[in-house]
Design a binder for this molecule. Structure first.
Ligand SMILES: Nc1ncnc2c1ncn2[C@@H]1O[C@H](COP(=O)(O)OP(=O)(O)OP(=O)(O)O)[C@@H](O)[C@H]1O
Length: 228
């Protein structure tokens, strides 16, 4: 479960990115976060995985008070969340297998556990046969599938994604979205910021719209609602 109570974020340059966010996301939900450019969607996402700290307010995530935890506890929070970005953020000199394995090495999983688990998640994203390749040898959609495998490998309860289809063509975007749907159906909570109107309007999930740092809409089976 994710909860925010009166969360505000003011960046050091004085920009008020979020102004009094209150939200509750239940375990197993699928939530799209939509809104105009600069509205605060990425900031909202970054607060969840503790990339940024709130200026004011409380954030609870899977039992942790994310706004209060100490620096040394951050890895513990990150273990319970998988994060996927628009630009994949794969390590270019590591193979597909090594990129995914790295996320397990960071949490000090034993080498014996790593190999079968990495091959398992590569199977889920249908990339077992490309395990030895470098990211540069893959298409954009394949790279995003590796990033998704990396986000899933430690079996997190929550997956957070910031515009995961932003760099992909429509067909590939749908493939990636189907994978998120499958992961959600296995019980993982998904929170995704997106500008993809077609996908949001077709999937009819919960839609939270952020405008000028505030929640302007929060609808079950919502729609995208913007013309951009
Ligand atoms: N590190 C930062 N320092 C200062 N201001 C920032 C920083 N990051 C974001 N902002 C500002 O905070 C506001 C919200 O930005 P944010 O990236 O959260 O919006 P967004 O809804 O994700 O936008 P987009 O759809 O364009 O990605 C914007 O005015 C932005 O310029």
């Amino acid at each position: 479960m994710i909860e925010m109570f009166d969360v505000w974020k003011t960046y050091p340059n004085g920009t008020n990115a979020l102004k009094g966010i209150n939200i509750r996301i239940e375990k197993g939900e699928f939530v799209y976060v939509v809104g105009p450019s600069g509205a605060g969607k990425s900031t909202f996402i970054k607060l969840m995985y503790r990339e940024e700290k709130p200026t004011k307010g409380q954030i609870f995530l899977g039992g942790f008070n994310v706004s209060r935890i100490k620096e040394r506890q951050i890895p513990m929070v990150r273990r319970s969340i998988g994060v996927v970005f628009q630009d994949f953020k794969l390590l270019p000199t590591l193979s597909v297998f090594e990129n995914v394995a790295f996320a397990m090495e960071v949490i000090e999983a034993s080498p014996k556990q790593i190999k079968p688990r990495v091959m398992d998640v590569l199977g889920l994203v249908k990339l077992k046969h490309k395990a030895k390749m470098l990211p540069s040898e893959l298409s954009g959609g394949e790279q995003q599938r590796v990033a998704l495998a990396r986000a899933l490998v430690n079996n997190p309860g929550i997956i957070i994604a910031d515009e995961p289809t932003g760099n992909l063509d429509p067909e590939t975007s749908w493939e990636i979205m189907k994978l998120f749907e499958e992961i959600n159906q296995r019980g993982t909570t998904v929170v995704m910021a997106t500008h993809n109107r077609e996908i949001v309007n077709t999937m009819r999930k919960r839609v939270v719209a952020i405008e000028a740092g505030q929640i302007a809409r929060d609808e079950q089976r919502g729609e995208y609602g913007y013309e951009d």
